[in-house]
Design a protein around this ligand. Structure first.
Ligand SMILES: [Zn+2]
Length: 1003
């Protein structure tokens, strides 16, 4: 747009010079330069590096070095590290060190990415933050203290707790429900003290700032057309290969000149005065930048310098001053104002609607396959970390290069961190960027599989030589509790003898494999102590059982029930077939082939419960009304049954009985579109077997879907729930979700993310759903809970088609759920541990016997690691960090420019209390753990240091800012007593606490 066009536009918009009746305190505008750099969205990381990221850091460092007053905040560490390691010259590195030391370049958030908050698991959030923080501390000795979560689609209340634990002083969010943001602006409540955890309450509160309606982009004229809605960016648009030449210069901004400066000034001053009315202090946070900005920082700063000098030379006239600032500068100013802030409790900001037509609840289930892979990778990493740690501590280890081992883990840490980005695990990226995430995860997983195989090979007991056709299985339990479970080994033959490490036969059951029709799944009942291995030999039986007397696995018996058409009424429940274990009897209805009811033995209650697959239909024509897409869910109506016929088989055996229901979209379809495999396990009744007995495992197959369908599994019960649903924040805590009526979009706005668990209940019983990946969840009717499992969408929105941002996902997904039903007291105690048991199943490594060449170091003494039932081993790893635990010492090393070596003897241990203060009479109690005795199996503990969440602070030196609040004493949970840092090996962990330690073991 030409300069002379500004004024008519402004007049047209009715913009006037702000009226100022009485003298107000002078405003300070904190102009915070930043560039929002998605770690994969429309382009891959590599494409972004080439098109603009490299230029952002090159030119920003140059421009900051030229002029003292300039500032910049750096956010996504994955990009910064790629630039630092692969691009930056020594001279640039020196300049960055200087800028960071002077506080002119500030790292905020400090994670590898700006993680999504709705569908990510807390462990992965901590990982990605730890990865970035470790690098920043190692390289610069700095620790980020302000968050910048400005683009994730809704805000979870796990985040404030984590950032408080990481030592942050302020938390910035932006995308919250539009109604709420409007109300908060009007009432000047965009800033508050957030107590994100019900149990930790004031102890882990954090000052929180919600960006106003302009979000993180520098504002253009209010109500301006989209092309003008981002103002004050003079470097135009980053050019990617394939950008059409006509588009290239459209976004070029008018330079600030004598002719145009008045107009820029009017725009800016108007904007600032509008915003100032929404805040309680005379400091205005003015984010300057947007997506992919500052790749030509020289143009940016050259223009803004002129504008800023001009405004500052008229400070009295405008009653405001402007300065370049970091977020730290802004929050220090706000903090010094001594305002008593409002307190917000543990409720989150989910779901997020950007306006009355756009409920951002579709992404909870977009790219379901990637969501599953991300969590499988995370679980594999979790197991790999503790396996490697055990291995390293058990010196000597002559056959494995430890640096290589660490490298395999680091590669997967990086990939799992990357996929937490708010356009990655959310499924809101284009297909070729999705391929990149998958490739990074798969490569990382292969590396860790290799590492595991090497560790196993080094540790395996010598056994009786190669035996053709036989198998050798090593099973590792990554949890720090004894686990009783059923593992599945796929072998070529059903007649086998299976023995454990002592040569004793073990209970097993064989059935035809679902994946490979010519093979057999061998279900084996196993009990494995915490962080320990079991070894099994599987040999083909040479002769029948009668001759040898050796027990063989029972071959499961299959009963077929034929097909049933979907019914529109009539007789049901007349003929039931029971499937049972020690805890449940599941009744299947032979009139319908659907579930009829579940009898729970302990509470002696039968709950009517049925399940079916349904679909929401979506509009495909943007000219005909709102559409569903990667982000938003906008169904055309209520869900409809997605099948016409269902066939059932029951495969019964002594260990597991499996109900197989195949749902056909059309009566004559040859392949089912939906399948449920429901499994009931029978194991020991001892305390270790409780979790095994008390769940019904369900594995679903869903897809390929028809176009513009969003598939759900709806479970309908006769529980009187009042349409209240509970769903989790990031697997950390539960939120109560009462059903709400809205003017628009009521179905979609009653959808919530489910990362690990959800439940419904009445006075007597609770039904919990646990999952091993993220989904969307809702309760649309009394007694119902529905999970969105898969989406396939395509519409004619020209903008989305132009960038290939569609969701034509033709895959078949196979999520796994555990259903827990029982009295509220019982199920409340089991939920968290069951969720972890589902997430972190034993790792099974199966090899042909002749592939194994034991290296003869033999079966070393291994001692189990067992934590109390309410404490979870959140991580046990060797980070390989190069910094000293002593901050002063570390800074001295950095000053000398010495490159320290990776410390392989420093073990990172994180423990989490799983229960809320009032959740369970026994499990909610504080727990005292003697680390020396608990970790005895790993070696002899020499010292224990307590650290901040991401390891960078010694907690005894960490001082967070305190904020005065309007509720200084209220609602402090029972656990608000700060836990003293450990003087010795004994630590007490209060409900919901997460405590992080460095443990040093004797060499
Ligand atoms: Zn973004």
């Amino acid at each position: 747009m030409e300069p002379q066009n500004w004024l008519p536009l402004l007049l047209q918009l009715g913009l006037m010079w702000p009226p100022r009746a009485q003298p107000e305190p002078q405003l300070t505008i904190f102009v915070v330069p930043h560039s929002h750099m998605d770690v994969g969205w429309l382009h891959t990381v590599q494409e972004n590096m080439q098109a603009y990221v490299t230029s952002v850091y090159n030119s920003v460092v140059e421009e900051l070095t030229l002029e003292k007053k300039r500032r910049f905040i750096a956010v996504e560490q994955e990009y910064f590290r790629l630039w630092w390691d692969g691009v930056a010259s020594d001279r640039q590195k020196g300049q960055v060190h200087q800028l960071v030391a002077e506080g002119r370049l500030e790292f905020v958030l400090g994670g590898q990415v700006m993680h999504d908050e709705a569908v990510t698991h807390i462990d992965d959030q901590i990982l990605q933050l730890t990865e970035g923080h470790g690098f920043l501390y190692e390289t610069f000795g700095v620790r980020p203290q302000i968050s910048w979560q400005v683009d994730p689609f809704g805000a979870s209340s796990t985040t404030p707790t984590l950032f408080a634990l990481a030592g942050f002083n302020a938390h910035v969010i932006s995308r919250i429900d539009y109604n709420l943001k409007e109300a908060m602006q009007d009432n000047r409540q965009l800033q508050f003290v957030w107590r994100g955890s019900r149990s930790l309450s004031a102890q882990r509160e954090i000052f929180t700032h919600v960006l106003d309606q302009f979000g993180y982009c520098s504002a253009g004229p209010p109500n301006a057309p989209l092309s003008l809605s981002e103002g004050f960016n003079w470097d135009g648009e980053a050019i990617f290969p394939g950008t059409s030449l006509e588009d290239m210069y459209l976004q070029m901004q008018t330079p600030v000149t004598e002719d145009s400066i008045t107009n820029f000034t009017i725009l800016l001053v108007n904007n600032v005065f509008t915003r100032a009315t929404w805040f309680r202090t005379p400091h205005v946070l003015w984010p300057w930048g947007c997506d992919r900005q500052f790749f030509n920082a020289s143009l940016q700063f050259a223009n803004m310098d002129i504008l800023m000098d001009y405004i500052n030379s008229h400070t009295l006239e405008f009653n405001l001053s402007m300065e370049y600032a970091t977020l730290g500068d802004y929050f220090r100013a706000v903090h010094s104002d001594q305002v008593a802030w409002q307190v917000r409790d543990h409720r989150d900001f989910l779901p997020y609607s950007s306006d009355m037509h756009h409920a951002w609840t579709g992404f909870y289930a977009s790219r379901s396959g990637l969501k599953a892979l991300a969590r499988r990778a995370s679980s594999l990493l979790y197991a790999g970390e503790s396996m490697f740690t055990r291995y390293v501590l058990l010196a000597p280890h002559p056959y494995l290069d430890l640096a290589w081992g660490l490298q395999q883990l680091q590669q997967l840490r990086w990939a799992v961190s990357e996929v937490q980005h708010h356009d990655a695990i959310t499924g809101t990226h284009v297909p070729n960027v999705g391929d990149m995430f998958v490739e990074h995860l798969s490569t990382g997983m292969q590396g860790v599989h290799k590492l595991m195989a090497s560790i196993i090979q080094d540790r395996s007991p010598a056994h009786s030589g190669p035996e053709p056709g036989g198998h050798f299985a090593v099973v590792y339990n990554p949890l720090a509790w004894t686990v009783t479970t059923i593992i599945t080994l796929t072998v070529e033959f059903p007649k086998v003898s299976i023995t454990d490490e002592s040569g004793l036969p073990v209970p097993a059951q064989a059935q035809r494999s679902k994946e490979m029709p010519s093979a057999y799944d061998l279900h084996v009942l196993t009990t494995i102590p915490g962080l320990s291995y079991r070894h099994y030999s599987i040999r083909p039986s040479r002769s029948s059982q009668e001759e040898t007397g050796e027990p063989e696995p029972f071959v499961a018996i299959t009963t077929q029930f034929g097909g049933r058409l979907r019914r529109y009424g009539g007789q049901v429940g007349g003929s039931l077939v029971p499937v049972e274990n020690g805890c449940y009897i599941v009744f299947m209805d032979l009139d319908t082939n659907l579930m009829h009811s579940v009898w729970e033995r302990q509470s002696n209650r039968k709950v009517y419960m049925t399940q079916q697959f349904m679909e929401y239909h979506a509009n495909s024509d943007v000219w005909q009304g709102p559409v569903s897409d990667n982000y938003v869910f906008t169904p055309s109506g209520t869900a409809e049954p997605a099948w016409e016929a269902v066939r059932m088989e029951i495969v019964e055996g002594p260990l597991v009985t499996e109900i197989q229901q195949y749902f056909y979209r059309e009566v004559n379809d040859s392949e089912p579109t939906f399948t449920i495999y429901s499994r009931l396990a029978r194991g020991s009744q001892g305390s270790d077997g409780v979790l095994l007995c008390h769940h019904i495992e369900q594995e679903y197959r869903v897809g390929p879907l028809e176009l513009n369908r969003e598939a759900i599994l709806r479970t309908s019960t006769k529980l009187n729930t009042g349409r209240v649903l509970y769903s989790d924040n990031n697997g950390y805590q539960m939120q109560r979700r009462p059903y709400r009526n809205y003017k628009n979009n009521t179905i979609a706005r009653n959808y919530y993310p489910m990362v690990q668990s959800a439940f419904i209940q009445d006075r007597r019983s609770r039904l919990v759903l646990l999952s091993n990946q993220a989904h969307g969840v809702s309760s649309q009717r009394n007694g119902q809970v529905e999970v969105m499992l898969h989406r396939r969408l395509m519409n004619n929105n020209p903008g989305n088609i132009a960038v290939d941002l569609t969701l034509n996902d033709t895959s078949v997904v196979h999520p796994v759920f555990w259903l827990l039903l029982g009295s509220r007291a019982l199920i409340s105690g089991l939920r968290q541990r069951s969720g972890l048991a589902l997430q972190h199943r034993p790792i099974v490594m199966l090899r042909k016997m002749n592939e194994i060449t034991p290296r003869g170091s033999g079966s070393r003494q291994q001692e189990a690691v067992t934590l109390p039932p309410s404490v979870h081993l959140q991580i046990l790893s060797i980070p390989g960090w190069k910094y000293s635990s002593n901050h002063t010492e570390h800074l001295q090393t950095l000053q000398k420019g010495h490159e320290a070596k990776a410390d392989l003897r420093r073990v990172l241990l994180r423990l989490q209390h799983l229960y809320e203060v009032d959740q369970d009479p026994v499990l909610s109690r504080p727990v005292t753990v003697n680390l020396q005795s608990v970790l005895r199996g790993l070696g002899s503990v020499v010292s224990v240091e307590e650290r901040s969440l991401t390891g960078t602070w010694d907690v005894s030196e960490m001082r967070r800012w305190t904020w005065s609040s309007q509720d200084p004493h209220g609602h402090r949970g029972n656990s608000s007593r700060p836990s003293p840092p450990p003087g010795g090996p004994e630590v007490t962990i209060y409900p919901k606490e997460i405590r992080t330690f460095f443990i040093h073991f004797q060499e």
